[in-house]
Ligand binder design. Structure first.
Ligand code: NAD
Length: 297
């Protein structure tokens, strides 16, 4: 079993770190928020007072941070992970960030001789807690081989997407599709209800018909059909709407640079931007159903 420094114990990181504890690893928990660290200590982790305490001598470092600037800072700053980690440690960033930041950190890590992978996840808080995430991994084959046994303690699938940044590329494309699907599912539900259909009945039909998709069957935006979905708890995240907006912004920046036509992605970005700006900031991304129904303007 390994000594694992876990950095970033928010909605996702807390469940992931708890699964590493359950798998028998010695987890050193670090977050800027002391309450988040204390919650992990209750689950069997060791509190790390700072980054140095967490990373020094650890076999593996796993980070789950909000965005690119946080990841660049945690890894590249003076006193950051690259200046603290053991030379043979494996470094795994599971945050969803821009491809450029992922590649910049990977390049510096490789220069310093570390095995580093970007390994963003698919699956929400329930999957993080249940250990059923899907990891999309970018990095050299030998770094992947070192990261895979740690990641498999937190997920049901660990798939190498290619070299540095490829995990983030896969994640951005996946989440653009998710944003589009969620909006489409909400529109269909709002229309079905307006036409007098019972939401549970329409759910039963569409989930067995060609409209079937994950946003409907695993994360239904209408309360009732999927008991674990955030729609049943007043759209408390879950996967917060600003995080979806962040991912759509990343996808749109990337599609422009790549010269790829993504009109549905652009529309989804516009809709999530409006939803977040008009009261959705604290809500789950499935709460966009309320914005689409005209309940928030
Ligand atoms: P979160 O905001 O709940 O957690 C982030 C944590 O990082 C916070 O506890 C914060 O205090 C900590 N943090 C920030 N800067 C730090 C630093 N310098 N050192 C130590 N800790 C620091 O976010 P989350 O929902 O857990 O998401 C984390 C990442 O996972 C994001 O990149 C997000 O896009 C991605 N993601 C989230 C979900 C989801 O359903 N929430 C699903 C898939 C992917």
């Amino acid at each position: 079993m390994a000594v694992v420094a876990f950095i970033g114990l928010g909605n996702m990181g807390s469940g992931m770190a708890a699964n590493l504890v359950k798998a028998g690893h010695e987890v050193r928990a670090f977050d800027l928020n002391a309450d988040a660290v204390a919650a992990l200590v209750d689950k069997g982790a060791t509190a790390a007072s700072d980054l140095t305490h967490a990373v020094t001598g650890a076999d593996a470092v796993v980070s789950m941070l909000p965005a690119g600037p946080h990841v660049r800072s945690v890894y590249l700053d003076d006193g950051g992970v690259l200046s603290l980690a053991r030379p043979d440690a494996v470094l795994i960033d599971c945050s969803t960030i821009d491809v450029d930041s992922a590649r910049a950190v990977a390049e510096k890590a490789a220069e310093a001789g570390f095995a580093f992978v970007d390994a963003p996840v698919s699956g929400g808080v329930a999957a993080a807690e249940g250990g059923t995430l899907t990891f999309m991994v970018g990095g050299p084959e030998d770094a992947f081989a070192k990261a895979e046994p740690i990641l498999s303690n937190m997920g049901k699938a660990v798939i190498r997407a290619g070299d540095a940044g490829a995990g983030q590329a896969a994640k951005i494309c996946n989440n653009m599709l998710l944003g589009i699907h969620m909006i489409g599912t909400c529109e269909a539900m709002n229309l079905a209800i307006k036409l007098g259909l019972d939401p549970q009945n329409f759910f039963d039909i569409a989930s067995k018909a060609s409209g079937q998709n994950w946003s409907l069957t695993s994360y239904c935006p209408v309360p009732g059909p999927v008991p674990a979905a955030p729609s049943n708890r007043d759209y408390t995240p879950g996967f917060a709407a600003p995080m979806m907006l962040k991912d759509l912004n990343l996808a749109m920046q990337t599609s422009k640079t790549a010269g790829v036509n993504t009109p549905m992605g652009e529309k989804a970005q516009t809709i999530y931007d409006a939803f977040v700006g008009q009261g959705g900031e604290e809500m789950d991304f499935s709460g966009v159903i309320k914005w689409l129904a005209g309940e928030m303007k």
